[in-house]
Design a protein around this ligand. Structure first.
Ligand SMILES: C[S@@+](CC[C@H](N)C(=O)[O-])C[C@H]1O[C@@H](n2cnc3c(N)ncnc32)[C@H](O)[C@@H]1O
Length: 272
Protein backbone atom coordinates (compact mmCIF):
# COMPACT_ATOMS: atom_id res chain seq x y z
CA UNK A 1 0.00 0.00 0.00
CA UNK A 2 1.20 3.48 -0.78
CA UNK A 3 2.41 5.23 2.37
CA UNK A 4 3.13 8.70 0.94
CA UNK A 5 1.24 11.34 2.95
CA UNK A 6 -0.35 12.79 -0.20
CA UNK A 7 -1.39 9.39 -1.60
CA UNK A 8 -5.11 9.37 -2.34
CA UNK A 9 -7.48 7.07 -0.48
CA UNK A 10 -11.13 6.40 -1.44
CA UNK A 11 -13.21 9.40 -0.38
CA UNK A 12 -16.36 7.25 -0.19
CA UNK A 13 -16.81 4.20 2.03
CA UNK A 14 -18.09 1.54 -0.34
CA UNK A 15 -19.48 -1.94 0.30
CA UNK A 16 -16.87 -4.46 -0.84
CA UNK A 17 -14.16 -1.76 -0.86
CA UNK A 18 -10.72 -3.27 -1.44
CA UNK A 19 -8.63 -1.08 0.89
CA UNK A 20 -7.93 -3.91 3.36
CA UNK A 21 -6.80 -6.28 0.56
CA UNK A 22 -4.24 -4.06 -1.18
CA UNK A 23 -1.28 -5.57 0.67
CA UNK A 24 -2.25 -9.05 -0.53
CA UNK A 25 -3.03 -7.75 -4.04
CA UNK A 26 0.19 -5.83 -4.49
CA UNK A 27 2.30 -8.81 -5.74
CA UNK A 28 -0.53 -9.83 -8.07
CA UNK A 29 -0.77 -6.64 -10.16
CA UNK A 30 1.04 -6.83 -13.51
CA UNK A 31 4.37 -4.95 -13.55
CA UNK A 32 3.72 -3.28 -16.87
CA UNK A 33 0.58 -2.56 -18.83
CA UNK A 34 -0.94 -0.10 -21.32
CA UNK A 35 -4.20 1.50 -20.33
CA UNK A 36 -5.99 0.61 -17.07
CA UNK A 37 -9.73 -0.23 -17.02
CA UNK A 38 -11.87 -0.68 -13.90
CA UNK A 39 -15.51 -1.44 -14.84
CA UNK A 40 -16.85 -1.86 -11.26
CA UNK A 41 -14.96 1.07 -9.77
CA UNK A 42 -17.04 1.69 -6.59
CA UNK A 43 -14.90 3.66 -4.12
CA UNK A 44 -11.86 3.09 -6.37
CA UNK A 45 -9.42 1.63 -3.79
CA UNK A 46 -7.39 -0.21 -6.44
CA UNK A 47 -7.35 2.72 -8.87
CA UNK A 48 -6.20 5.16 -6.15
CA UNK A 49 -3.51 2.68 -5.12
CA UNK A 50 -2.16 2.13 -8.65
CA UNK A 51 -2.65 5.68 -9.95
CA UNK A 52 -2.11 4.60 -13.57
CA UNK A 53 -1.27 7.36 -16.05
CA UNK A 54 -4.15 6.40 -18.38
CA UNK A 55 -7.38 4.89 -17.13
CA UNK A 56 -11.05 4.34 -17.84
CA UNK A 57 -13.22 3.98 -14.75
CA UNK A 58 -16.85 2.96 -14.96
CA UNK A 59 -19.72 1.69 -12.87
CA UNK A 60 -23.45 1.41 -13.45
CA UNK A 61 -24.27 3.55 -10.40
CA UNK A 62 -25.07 7.00 -11.81
CA UNK A 63 -24.85 8.79 -8.43
CA UNK A 64 -21.36 7.41 -7.89
CA UNK A 65 -20.18 8.37 -11.37
CA UNK A 66 -21.53 11.92 -10.98
CA UNK A 67 -19.71 12.18 -7.66
CA UNK A 68 -16.39 11.10 -9.19
CA UNK A 69 -16.89 13.59 -12.05
CA UNK A 70 -17.66 16.44 -9.66
CA UNK A 71 -14.56 15.73 -7.55
CA UNK A 72 -12.41 15.59 -10.68
CA UNK A 73 -13.86 18.63 -12.45
CA UNK A 74 -15.34 20.95 -9.81
CA UNK A 75 -13.57 20.24 -6.52
CA UNK A 76 -13.59 23.80 -5.09
CA UNK A 77 -17.41 23.87 -5.36
CA UNK A 78 -17.68 20.38 -3.78
CA UNK A 79 -15.46 21.44 -0.84
CA UNK A 80 -17.42 24.65 -0.45
CA UNK A 81 -20.72 22.72 -0.33
CA UNK A 82 -19.27 20.14 2.10
CA UNK A 83 -18.27 22.96 4.45
CA UNK A 84 -21.95 23.86 4.82
CA UNK A 85 -22.95 20.35 5.99
CA UNK A 86 -22.99 19.41 9.70
CA UNK A 87 -23.31 16.24 11.74
CA UNK A 88 -26.77 16.40 13.32
CA UNK A 89 -29.56 13.85 13.20
CA UNK A 90 -32.42 16.10 12.09
CA UNK A 91 -30.24 17.86 9.58
CA UNK A 92 -29.13 14.46 8.18
CA UNK A 93 -32.72 13.41 7.54
CA UNK A 94 -33.54 16.75 5.92
CA UNK A 95 -30.58 16.34 3.51
CA UNK A 96 -31.50 12.71 2.87
CA UNK A 97 -35.03 13.84 1.90
CA UNK A 98 -33.74 16.28 -0.75
CA UNK A 99 -34.24 15.36 -4.39
CA UNK A 100 -30.65 15.08 -5.65
CA UNK A 101 -31.81 15.61 -9.24
CA UNK A 102 -32.81 19.16 -8.28
CA UNK A 103 -29.28 20.03 -7.09
CA UNK A 104 -26.33 21.23 -9.20
CA UNK A 105 -23.61 18.57 -9.75
CA UNK A 106 -21.17 19.80 -7.05
CA UNK A 107 -23.91 20.02 -4.41
CA UNK A 108 -25.21 16.60 -5.38
CA UNK A 109 -21.71 15.18 -4.94
CA UNK A 110 -21.30 16.95 -1.56
CA UNK A 111 -24.67 15.54 -0.45
CA UNK A 112 -23.53 12.04 -1.38
CA UNK A 113 -20.20 12.41 0.45
CA UNK A 114 -21.92 13.92 3.51
CA UNK A 115 -24.52 11.11 3.68
CA UNK A 116 -21.81 8.49 3.11
CA UNK A 117 -19.63 9.85 5.95
CA UNK A 118 -22.49 10.17 8.43
CA UNK A 119 -24.90 7.32 7.61
CA UNK A 120 -25.08 3.97 9.38
CA UNK A 121 -22.07 1.80 8.40
CA UNK A 122 -21.19 3.96 5.39
CA UNK A 123 -23.62 1.93 3.32
CA UNK A 124 -24.97 2.89 -0.07
CA UNK A 125 -28.50 1.56 -0.37
CA UNK A 126 -31.50 2.83 -2.33
CA UNK A 127 -35.22 2.03 -2.24
CA UNK A 128 -37.24 0.85 -5.24
CA UNK A 129 -37.49 4.44 -6.49
CA UNK A 130 -33.73 4.96 -6.29
CA UNK A 131 -33.91 7.14 -3.12
CA UNK A 132 -31.03 6.78 -0.62
CA UNK A 133 -32.59 5.19 2.49
CA UNK A 134 -29.81 4.44 5.02
CA UNK A 135 -30.45 5.72 8.58
CA UNK A 136 -28.30 8.20 10.51
CA UNK A 137 -25.07 6.70 11.92
CA UNK A 138 -23.49 7.21 15.35
CA UNK A 139 -19.90 8.50 15.17
CA UNK A 140 -17.85 10.47 17.69
CA UNK A 141 -16.62 13.14 15.28
CA UNK A 142 -16.94 12.15 11.63
CA UNK A 143 -14.78 13.94 9.07
CA UNK A 144 -17.21 15.32 6.54
CA UNK A 145 -14.65 17.19 4.46
CA UNK A 146 -11.14 15.75 4.16
CA UNK A 147 -9.88 18.44 1.77
CA UNK A 148 -6.26 17.19 1.38
CA UNK A 149 -7.45 13.72 0.44
CA UNK A 150 -10.09 15.10 -1.92
CA UNK A 151 -7.37 17.12 -3.68
CA UNK A 152 -5.18 14.01 -3.97
CA UNK A 153 -8.15 12.05 -5.38
CA UNK A 154 -8.96 14.82 -7.88
CA UNK A 155 -5.33 14.79 -9.10
CA UNK A 156 -5.46 11.02 -9.66
CA UNK A 157 -8.89 11.24 -11.35
CA UNK A 158 -7.60 13.84 -13.85
CA UNK A 159 -5.79 10.92 -15.55
CA UNK A 160 -9.06 9.03 -16.00
CA UNK A 161 -11.96 8.87 -18.36
CA UNK A 162 -15.04 8.29 -16.16
CA UNK A 163 -18.25 6.81 -17.51
CA UNK A 164 -21.49 5.30 -16.38
CA UNK A 165 -22.12 1.94 -17.99
CA UNK A 166 -22.46 -1.81 -17.71
CA UNK A 167 -19.27 -3.84 -17.23
CA UNK A 168 -19.51 -5.29 -20.77
CA UNK A 169 -18.63 -1.90 -22.29
CA UNK A 170 -14.99 -2.62 -21.41
CA UNK A 171 -15.00 -4.72 -24.60
CA UNK A 172 -15.36 -1.52 -26.63
CA UNK A 173 -12.10 -0.18 -25.20
CA UNK A 174 -9.60 -2.74 -23.93
CA UNK A 175 -6.73 -3.71 -26.26
CA UNK A 176 -3.80 -6.13 -26.15
CA UNK A 177 -1.42 -5.21 -23.30
CA UNK A 178 -4.03 -3.22 -21.33
CA UNK A 179 -4.94 -4.23 -17.74
CA UNK A 180 -8.55 -4.79 -16.63
CA UNK A 181 -9.42 -5.20 -12.94
CA UNK A 182 -12.91 -6.59 -12.26
CA UNK A 183 -14.44 -6.31 -8.79
CA UNK A 184 -18.08 -7.32 -9.30
CA UNK A 185 -20.69 -7.68 -6.59
CA UNK A 186 -19.68 -11.04 -5.14
CA UNK A 187 -21.47 -14.28 -5.86
CA UNK A 188 -23.27 -15.00 -2.55
CA UNK A 189 -21.92 -17.76 -0.30
CA UNK A 190 -25.51 -18.57 0.61
CA UNK A 191 -28.91 -17.11 -0.23
CA UNK A 192 -28.84 -14.75 2.74
CA UNK A 193 -25.12 -14.17 3.28
CA UNK A 194 -24.51 -11.11 1.14
CA UNK A 195 -26.11 -7.90 0.16
CA UNK A 196 -25.46 -7.64 -3.58
CA UNK A 197 -28.02 -4.96 -4.50
CA UNK A 198 -25.74 -1.92 -4.91
CA UNK A 199 -28.28 -0.64 -7.39
CA UNK A 200 -31.81 -1.55 -8.35
CA UNK A 201 -31.90 -5.04 -9.83
CA UNK A 202 -28.91 -6.65 -8.10
CA UNK A 203 -26.28 -8.89 -9.70
CA UNK A 204 -27.56 -12.36 -10.57
CA UNK A 205 -25.93 -15.66 -11.46
CA UNK A 206 -26.56 -14.84 -15.12
CA UNK A 207 -24.50 -11.66 -14.67
CA UNK A 208 -21.64 -13.71 -13.17
CA UNK A 209 -21.77 -15.99 -16.24
CA UNK A 210 -21.80 -13.01 -18.62
CA UNK A 211 -18.82 -11.54 -16.76
CA UNK A 212 -16.90 -14.82 -17.24
CA UNK A 213 -17.62 -14.57 -20.99
CA UNK A 214 -16.28 -11.00 -21.06
CA UNK A 215 -13.19 -12.18 -19.14
CA UNK A 216 -12.63 -14.96 -21.73
CA UNK A 217 -12.96 -12.52 -24.64
CA UNK A 218 -10.41 -10.14 -23.09
CA UNK A 219 -8.07 -13.07 -22.47
CA UNK A 220 -8.38 -14.07 -26.14
CA UNK A 221 -7.37 -10.51 -27.12
CA UNK A 222 -4.22 -10.53 -25.01
CA UNK A 223 -5.53 -8.16 -22.33
CA UNK A 224 -4.18 -8.72 -18.77
CA UNK A 225 -7.17 -9.48 -16.52
CA UNK A 226 -7.55 -9.71 -12.74
CA UNK A 227 -10.87 -10.47 -11.01
CA UNK A 228 -11.94 -10.61 -7.36
CA UNK A 229 -14.84 -12.77 -6.21
CA UNK A 230 -16.02 -14.99 -3.40
CA UNK A 231 -14.83 -18.58 -3.03
CA UNK A 232 -17.84 -20.52 -4.31
CA UNK A 233 -18.20 -23.59 -6.56
CA UNK A 234 -19.73 -21.41 -9.30
CA UNK A 235 -16.79 -18.98 -9.35
CA UNK A 236 -14.27 -21.85 -9.39
CA UNK A 237 -16.16 -23.47 -12.26
CA UNK A 238 -16.46 -20.27 -14.31
CA UNK A 239 -12.71 -19.60 -14.15
CA UNK A 240 -11.45 -23.20 -14.30
CA UNK A 241 -8.01 -23.47 -15.92
CA UNK A 242 -6.94 -19.92 -14.96
CA UNK A 243 -4.58 -18.97 -12.14
CA UNK A 244 -6.64 -18.69 -8.92
CA UNK A 245 -5.09 -17.17 -5.76
CA UNK A 246 -6.74 -17.30 -2.33
CA UNK A 247 -6.67 -14.19 -0.14
CA UNK A 248 -7.94 -13.60 3.40
CA UNK A 249 -10.47 -10.83 4.00
CA UNK A 250 -12.41 -9.62 7.00
CA UNK A 251 -16.03 -9.24 6.03
CA UNK A 252 -19.36 -8.66 7.67
CA UNK A 253 -20.80 -12.11 8.14
CA UNK A 254 -24.39 -11.16 8.66
CA UNK A 255 -26.63 -8.80 6.73
CA UNK A 256 -26.57 -6.08 9.42
CA UNK A 257 -22.77 -5.93 9.39
CA UNK A 258 -22.64 -6.39 13.15
CA UNK A 259 -20.55 -9.58 13.22
CA UNK A 260 -17.29 -9.77 11.33
CA UNK A 261 -15.09 -12.72 10.50
CA UNK A 262 -12.13 -13.88 8.39
CA UNK A 263 -13.15 -15.28 5.07
CA UNK A 264 -11.30 -16.69 2.05
CA UNK A 265 -11.83 -14.86 -1.23
CA UNK A 266 -10.49 -15.58 -4.71
CA UNK A 267 -8.43 -13.60 -7.19
CA UNK A 268 -8.48 -14.89 -10.77
CA UNK A 269 -5.62 -13.96 -13.11
CA UNK A 270 -4.86 -14.76 -16.73
CA UNK A 271 -1.13 -13.96 -16.36
CA UNK A 272 1.79 -15.10 -14.20
C1 LIG B 1 -17.68 -4.75 -5.06
S1 LIG B 1 -18.17 -3.16 -5.62
C2 LIG B 1 -16.63 -2.47 -6.15
C3 LIG B 1 -15.83 -2.01 -4.98
C4 LIG B 1 -14.54 -1.29 -5.38
N1 LIG B 1 -13.56 -2.20 -5.91
C5 LIG B 1 -13.95 -0.57 -4.17
O1 LIG B 1 -12.79 -0.81 -3.79
O2 LIG B 1 -14.66 0.27 -3.60
C6 LIG B 1 -19.07 -3.50 -7.07
C7 LIG B 1 -19.50 -2.29 -7.92
O3 LIG B 1 -20.14 -2.78 -9.10
C8 LIG B 1 -21.16 -1.89 -9.51
N2 LIG B 1 -22.05 -2.65 -10.39
C9 LIG B 1 -23.03 -3.53 -10.04
N3 LIG B 1 -23.57 -4.09 -11.14
C10 LIG B 1 -22.90 -3.57 -12.21
C11 LIG B 1 -22.97 -3.77 -13.62
N4 LIG B 1 -23.85 -4.63 -14.15
N5 LIG B 1 -22.12 -3.09 -14.43
C12 LIG B 1 -21.23 -2.20 -13.89
N6 LIG B 1 -21.12 -1.97 -12.56
C13 LIG B 1 -21.94 -2.64 -11.73
C14 LIG B 1 -21.76 -1.40 -8.20
O4 LIG B 1 -22.37 -0.13 -8.37
C15 LIG B 1 -20.51 -1.36 -7.28
O5 LIG B 1 -19.97 -0.06 -7.24
Amino acid sequence: MSTKPDAPRPFLKWAGGKGQLLEQYRPLFPRRFGRYHEPFVGGGAVFFHLRPPQATLSDDNADLIDCLLAVRDDLPAVIDALGRHRYEKEYYYAVRAQDPAALPLAERAARMIFLNRTCFNGLYRVNSKGGFNVPFGRYSNPTICDAPNLHACARALKQAQIERGPFGSVLDRARRGDFVYFDPPYHPLSKTAYFTAYAKGGFREEDQRELARVFAELDRRGVLVMLSNSDTPLVRELYKGLRIVRVQATRSINSKGARRGAITELVVLNYR
